[in-house]
Design a protein around this ligand. Structure first.
Ligand SMILES: C[C@@H](C(=O)O)C(=O)SCCNC(=O)CCNC(=O)[C@H](O)C(C)(C)COP(=O)(O)OP(=O)(O)OC[C@H]1O[C@@H](n2cnc3c(N)ncnc32)[C@H](O)[C@@H]1OP(=O)(O)O
Ligand SMILES: [Co+2]
Length: 134
């Protein structure tokens, strides 16, 4: 794993949170993107080499909607940048981690993503992401 690519934060109202994080970070979000497959509308802020990803649910069965129901707003996941997501999935599977999707899926910001179940990682939802078109 090469660096923390982003920290995902579940929010109830993306417009309000965009304003809040712009005030907090002293800069605007550099992009917004809807990811249908995950049921999320996202926005991204660049902080050094790492990003903050704000996530709002777009439908009731979105992981973000469920998270808000159970736990309210807050840090939802940590995403690590990996060079080869297939190799990393194999390494982590062999090491005993519970992979939620072994086949990488479309993420935001030109990424392929895989999630690990928080029950195998001390309660932290971990995302692996690999830049597409390598
Ligand atoms: C766009 C993309 C990108 O960056 O490119 C994204 O980030 S998309 C980000 C949105 N997509 C995802 O999160 C996809 C992967 N996530 C999932 O598949 C799901 O959200 C799970 C992580 C499996 C949780 O689903 P669900 O709550 O239905 O499962 P469950 O009822 O079995 O929950 C099992 C336990 O995990 C806890 N749990 C749920 N979400 C959690 C989270 N984010 N962090 C830590 N713990 C979490 C629940 O409270 C529960 O704890 P107790 O057992 O103690 O009650
Ligand atoms: Co993410």
């Amino acid at each position: 794993m090469r660096k923390i690519e982003h920290i995902g934060i579940a929010v109830a109202d993306l417009e309000k949170s965009n304003e809040l994080f712009a005030r907090l970070l002293g800069k605007e979000a550099y992009k917004s993107e809807r990811v249908e497959g995950e049921g999320v509308e996202t926005s991204f802020f660049l902080v050094g080499e790492t990003k903050v990803e704000l996530l709002q649910a777009t439908r009731p069965d979105s992981p973000i909607a469920k998270y808000l129901e159970k736990r309210n707003e807050g840090i939802h996941h940590i995403a690590f940048d990996v060079a080869d997501i297939h190799l990393e999935v194999k390494r982590l599977k062999d090491a005993g981690f519970e992979i939620l999707n072994e086949t990488p899926k479309e993420g935001a910001d030109n990424k392929l993503v895989v999630f690990l179940h928080p029950r195998s990682t001390n309660g932290v939802l971990v995302e692996l992401c690999q830049e597409k078109n390598l």
